[in-house]
Design a protein around this ligand. Structure first.
Ligand code: EPU
Length: 347
């Protein structure tokens, strides 16, 4: 295990915020886990590639940074079983699978972040979720100091959520994920943007289309600091949708299995007049209003202030409360968005 003191996290978060952590534990081997001190009484945060994290103070808590590597592929009669260490990069895994003619992850191309972060928020895009392929997650339990195996069901996956954000939060570390890909493959072209592809595209063609769609709309964090979608798409009930449709017949909505309806937060933000809005070095992206960008600020609080403003404007116009997808981390550890908000006279 490597240990560094007084570390600037600027290169470890895609919002490019210069928070300082008192100690960063870099875990390179599984055996490093046994050497981790007991951190239960101290604030700490497990950081992947930092592409969904906002440091809101100039100080950050203790950071644990898993960097386990390795991919193992086993061919079965009807499927491939792929076991991947949590420190691998997600997009490199998607590429590797396509190269090996293992298909299924093509819709999830170019999602920033590590493999270990994928189950935590059940990443998803273009009609496909991580949970569709996950068989098991291996997780090191801080209490028993042993790696446990959680089945897909035990992970409690839902939209951008899992047990790792809930009951198992900060109680251990994901070390590996086990994925299964049936050899019988069919392209998932349900999502707008993919349905204008050739009649039967190859998995590589689907991946290339996803890459071109994402590159056209979403800013590259290496060029313009951001953490992808800042808010989750809100879920409303049928009555609320009926009310909204009377005024906004074109509102993008996606019916859920439980009868509720998911609404495009990016559309709500754009309709609230905020697409391209800028203030104090941060702003709402001009091509995808769901993405908040950092042009020049060193202070994560500016992003929080902007997010609060966006939340308020959408609430005033639509009576819908957006909640962030991005995780907020202060010197005292992870915080809820609400706990960071200041009372604002603009409401
Ligand atoms: N829209 C607007 N204005 C905007 C943005 C979107 O009108 O500024 C409309 C679009 O025209 C479309 C609808 O809203 O009708 C949905 O937009 P889009 O297809 O871009 O997807 P999204 O719902 O905004 C979600 C994920 C993205 C994922 C895309 C594609 C969440 C929070 N976000 O965004 O995930 O890439 O679908 O599947 O679910 C991420 O999590 O970081 C992320 C980028």
């Amino acid at each position: 295990m490597e240990l560094s003191k007084e570390v600037s996290l600027q290169s470890y978060n895609s919002f490019n915020i210069t928070a300082i952590s008192p100690t960063v534990y870099f875990l390179n081997e599984l055996t490093d886990l046994e050497q981790l001190p007991d951190l239960t009484s101290k604030p700490f945060y497990i950081l992947g590639e930092g592409s969904n994290t906002l440091f809101v103070d100039h100080l950050a808590p203790i950071i644990i940074k898993p960097n386990f590597k390795g991919v193992d592929i086993v061919e079965k009669n009807e499927s491939y079983i792929v076991t991947v260490a949590s420190g691998e990069n997600w997009h490199e895994l998607v590429n590797l699978c396509i190269e090996q003619e293992i298909y299924g992850l093509e819709n999830l191309a170019l999602i920033p972040g590590s493999v270990g972060a994928a189950p935590v928020q059940n990443i998803g895009a273009y009609g496909v979720d991580f949970s569709d392929f996950c068989v098991e997650v291996k997780w090191f339990d801080f209490i028993n100091k042993r790696v446990k195996t959680l089945s897909n069901q035990e992970c409690n996956f839902s939209y951008r959520n899992s047990i790792f954000k809930q009951a198992l939060y900060n109680k251990g570390i994901i070390t590996e994920v086990v994925l299964s890909f049936p050899k019988k493959w069919q392209a998932n072209l349900s999502y707008a943007g993919l349905n204008d592809l050739e009649i039967v595209p190859s998995a590589r063609q689907v991946m290339e289309k996803v890459i071109s769609l994402r590159s056209a709309k979403l800013p590259d964090p290496n060029v313009l600091a951001n953490a992808g979608s800042f808010f989750k798409n809100p879920i409303i009930n049928e009555n609320k949708l009926t009310d909204l449709l009377r005024v906004y017949p074109n509102i993008p909505s996606y019916r859920q299995q439980n009868g509720q309806v998911k609404i495009a937060a990016g559309w709500l933000i754009e309709q609230a007049g905020l697409k391209g809005y800028c203030s104090n070095g941060v702003g709402v992206h001009q091509n995808q209003a769901l993405v908040l960008v950092n042009y020049s600020s060193n202070d994560g609080k500016e992003i929080v202030n902007l997010a609060q403003y966006v939340q308020q404007q959408v609430l005033i116009k639509f009576d819908i409360l957006l909640s962030p997808e991005v995780r907020m981390v202060s010197a005292q550890g992870e915080k809820s968005f609400d706990s960071l908000l200041v009372k604002d006279e603009r409401v």
